[in-house]
Structures are given as structure tokens and as C-alpha cells.
Design a protein around this ligand. Structure first.
Ligand SMILES: [Zn+2]
Length: 232
């Protein structure tokens, strides 16, 4: 892996699953017994805000009771030691990358431990319930919602992601099926711009075809192995 300086890593549900975090894809369109359209769309929130706030309150509480696993630890080590550019783009809304010690992390689908004000559009670190309609620390309005990107909403910071893809010498996808756009297109964008591409996933994915190299296995095993190769 000589000549590699700038790395972009995409992580998905597969890396958090080993810490015990479930996602809706595990259960055929249901997420903790709820239909995705009821709890993960703007329409669902408009229809029944209390149900949605209760749902994310439970997720927010659950995420604070699990720990990073060796895959998160290995990426944090890479972040601390890698002297070139590195951006860990995660589709996950947990904070396990940060708690493992990584800092170059971008949450393209938002964060459970953050609240977004629908009125003044400011974000606030949030570890408590949103069900009781607490006031926004920015504007005082009772307009806080989970700071997560729902279906039908634009993922965050796409400009920064594409800028990193353009500069990348290596694109690595970890624990994601390659089925959901725009993330599913990153591998093709990276290749077009000349980057090497590597997939680490539990099984071959819909996107495997696009990668130069695809390794199958648990993230907690594959990621530490790959990071050890990179750090030589
Ligand atoms: Zn506000």
C-alpha cells in the first residue's frame, strides 16, 4: 500500500452490529417492530411526533449502553497515526467511532446524540429525552427533533464527502451493503478519480462488483488486520 496518502473510509451498519446495535435492515423493513416509514420519514414525524420522539429516545438511550468494538478501535488507531488525509464517513448515527477515539469522522446521516431545531436550524449535543418538547437552547422554541437524516432528506455534508473522494488514493467501504444511494455511488466516483478501492464486509454485497478487492468476514477481525497493513 505504498503511494497511498489520502484515505476515505465509509462505514455502515455492519461495524456497529458487532457492538449490539440493530438497524432496520436486519428485520425486513422493520426497526424495533416499527415500520421505517412511520419512524424514519418527515411524513411519519408530522403524523405522530410523539411516537417518533419516543422511538429515538429509546435508540439514544440504547446507544449510550453499548461499547465500541475492535473495528472502531482499529479505525481510531489509524486516525491517530495516519499522517496523510483521512476521513471516516459513517452512515451510522451512534457515536462509537468517537468514543473509540477517532476525530476525523463525518456523520452523513446525523447523530442520535444531537438535537436539531426545526425553527432556528441549530444543533445541540443531546443525551436526554426529546419527548417532553424541551426548549431549543438556541432560540427557546419547542421545536427540537432528532438530528438524524430521514428517508427523503438530504444526507449531510455531501460537498465535503465528494471533495475527499476527489483527493483520495484509497476508498475503503466497511460493513455496508452498497445498496443505498448516494453512498452506493461513492465507490464508482472514487474509481473514476483514480483511487484504489477495497471492501470489507460480512458477505459479498450488491456493490462488491465495483471494488478492486473485496474481503469477507467480521469487521472486528478484518478492520484491525487492514489497519495493521496500513500502519506497517
Ligand atoms: Zn432553535
Amino acid at each position: 500500500m505504498e503511494s497511498i496518502r489520502n484515505i476515505i473510509v465509509l462505514t455502515g451498519a455492519g461495524i456497529s452490529a458487532e457492538s449490539g446495535i440493530d438497524t432496520f435492515r436486519d428485520a425486513g423493513g422493520l426497526w424495533e417492530q416499527h415500520r421505517v416509514e412511520d419512524v424514519a420519514t418527515p411524513e411519519g414525524f408530522a403524523r405522530d411526533p410523539q411516537l417518533v420522539q419516543r422511538f429515538y429516545d429509546a435508540r439514544r438511550e440504547a446507544v449510550q449502553q453499548v461499547d465500541p468494538n475492535p473495528a472502531h478501535d482499529a479505525l481510531a488507531l489509524l486516525d491517530q497515526r495516519w499522517e496523510g488525509e483521512l476521513l471516516i464517513v459513517t452512515q451510522n448515527v451512534d457515536d462509537l467511532h468517537e468514543r473509540a477515539g477517532a476525530s476525523r469522522v463525518l456523520h452523513m446521516h446525523g447523530e442520535l446524540l444531537s438535537a436539531l431545531c426545526a425553527r432556528c436550524e441549530t444543533r445541540h449535543k443531546w443525551s436526554e429525552s426529546l419527548l417532553g418538547q424541551p426548549a431549543c437552547p438556541g432560540c427557546g422554541e419547542k421545536a427540537l427533533r432528532p438530528d438524524v437524516v430521514w428517508f427523503g432528506e438530504m444526507p449531510y455534508q455531501m460537498d465535503r464527502i465528494y471533495a475527499a473522494l476527489r483527493r483520495a488514493d484509497l476508498f475503503v467501504s466497511i460493513g455496508t451493503s452498497g445498496a443505498v444511494y448516494p453512498a452506493a455511488g461513492f465507490v464508482r466516483d472514487a474509481r473514476e478519480m483514480g483511487a484504489k478501492t477495497l471492501e470489507l464486509n460480512l458477505e459479498r454485497s450488491e456493490g462488491s462488483y465495483w471494488f478492486e478487492e473485496s474481503r469477507q468476514g467480521r469487521a472486528s477481525k478484518l478492520v484491525p488486520e487492514w489497519v495493521a497493513e496500513m500502519l506497517g
